[in-house]
Write a protein that binds this ligand. Structure first.
Ligand code: NDP
Length: 346
């Protein structure tokens, strides 16, 4: 049988893409998305890429709302955009057939566009391509920027990170360990994840945040040591608990507030914020996109460690483009460990 889209370098191409068809209220539903098959005429000057992995990320939830933010909202009935890696099938500009590329054309099996829409990269031997969407991609750089630049971690300090079994949080834990933190504490949403952090990821302490007394859990996890750095992925009650136990001159890298992304009621207020005054705390929000100058240093440092296994990479792989809405919702719910990616079978 002739493979689908054989000889796609020219002529017509059948593209499968996932659209956002309804803006979610509260938790997204699979029916907010739709798979469309579209026949497109190949433009000879365009680069054509077969997607291999696509990324589902928490920020996408914010873009589904029709309100101003640091990125514009997704358009209804348009394909979901976002990070993906693929292989060039038909080159252009400096891109050759067979090159691996990163791009932001998102939830589709084929991507085409001008050469400038694609960024070539050479995957290091032994590293899975999907890692370039996670540990070695935007989430990994987020961890690097937040921990080392924003929070300015110093050796000997105690670090607490929430969503510690996730893409960003997992990397924060590994980088904190490698940069000399005296104690690395993580929180996660299930006992299975907590055990994973303790048994396999070198966390000194970890706890399940679905508990009655977060401050007490954090106090136990910190073994009496005040917390110097809190890497906040979730906001809400965990941010409040961390502030209670932050050291003098403690720092909070405010990375995300996923506990609030699907909330339909008023946002949770942080009741103990005045503690920041007497303790001289610094709470600093950041966006990874403002820190791309650190990308080369990040890659030079982290890629060899991932290749050598010194930084273990967790990921959850969901198969098939049609499963991307479920993968996205599952990522928000905490179904996976590490970076959630969707594999597009070739
Ligand atoms: P993750 O891989 O960590 O996936 C999200 C995780 O959030 C889930 O696995 C779940 O884990 C946890 N979670 C879901 N609901 C809650 C809740 N109510 N309370 C606490 N935890 C919850 O995602 P990423 O690593 O990609 O992103 C982590 C955070 O970083 C997000 O807030 C994201 O928006 C932010 N971010 C910010 C960037 C920036 O530039 N500032 C860039 C990239 C990400 P569990 O099972 O433990 O509940």
């Amino acid at each position: 049988m002739r493979p689908q889209n054989e000889g796609v370098e020219s002529g017509r191409l059948e593209v499968r893409e996932v659209l956002l068809v309804r803006r979610p209220t509260g938790w997204p539903q699979p029916s907010d998305f739709q798979l469309r098959v579209r026949s497109v005429e190949r433009q000879p000057q365009e680069v054509l890429v077969r997607n291999l992995f696509i990324s589902v990320d928490p920020y996408m939830r914010g873009r589904m709302n029709d309100r101003p933010s640091y990125v514009p909202p997704f358009q209804l009935d348009e394909p979901m955009t976002g990070a993906a890696v693929g292989r060039v099938v038909s080159g252009g500009g400096d891109l050759q057939r067979g090159d691996h590329v990163l791009h932001h054309l998102g939830w589709r099996d084929w991507a085409s566009g001008p050469p400038a829409a694609f960024q070539r990269f050479d995957p290091a031997p032994g590293i899975a391509l999907s890692a370039y969407l996670g540990a070695l991609g935007m989430p990994g750089l987020t961890a690097y920027v937040g921990l080392l630049r924003v929070a300015a971690l110093k050796p000997g300090e105690t670090v607490f990170v929430s969503a510690a079994a996730g893409a960003v949080g997992g990397m924060v834990g590994q980088l904190a360990r490698l940069h000399g933190a005296a104690r690395v504490i993580g929180s996660a949403g299930s006992d299975r994840k907590v055990q994973h952090l303790l048994d396999r990821r070198g966390f000194d302490a970890a706890f399940n945040y679905h508990c009655d007394d977060l401050v007490e859990q954090l106090r136990l996890a910190s073994a009496g040591q005040p917390i110097d750095v809190y890497f906040d992925n979730v906001g809400g009650a965990q941010l409040e608990a961390a502030i209670s136990l932050l050291n003098q001159h403690g720092r909070v890298a405010m990375c995300g507030a996923i506990s609030q992304y699907n909330a339909t009621g008023p946002e949770v207020g942080i009741r103990n914020l005045p503690l920041a005054i007497g303790r001289r705390l610094r709470l600093e929000g950041f966006l990874v996109g403002d820190h791309s100058d650190l990308a080369p240093a990040f890659r030079n440092e982290v890629e060899p460690q991932v290749a050598a296994g010194a930084i273990p990479v967790d990921e959850t792989v969901v198969d098939g483009l049609e499963a991307s809405p479920q993968a996205f919702i599952g990522m928000l719910r905490g179904d996976g460990v590490g970076k959630m990616v969707v594999r597009i079978p070739e």
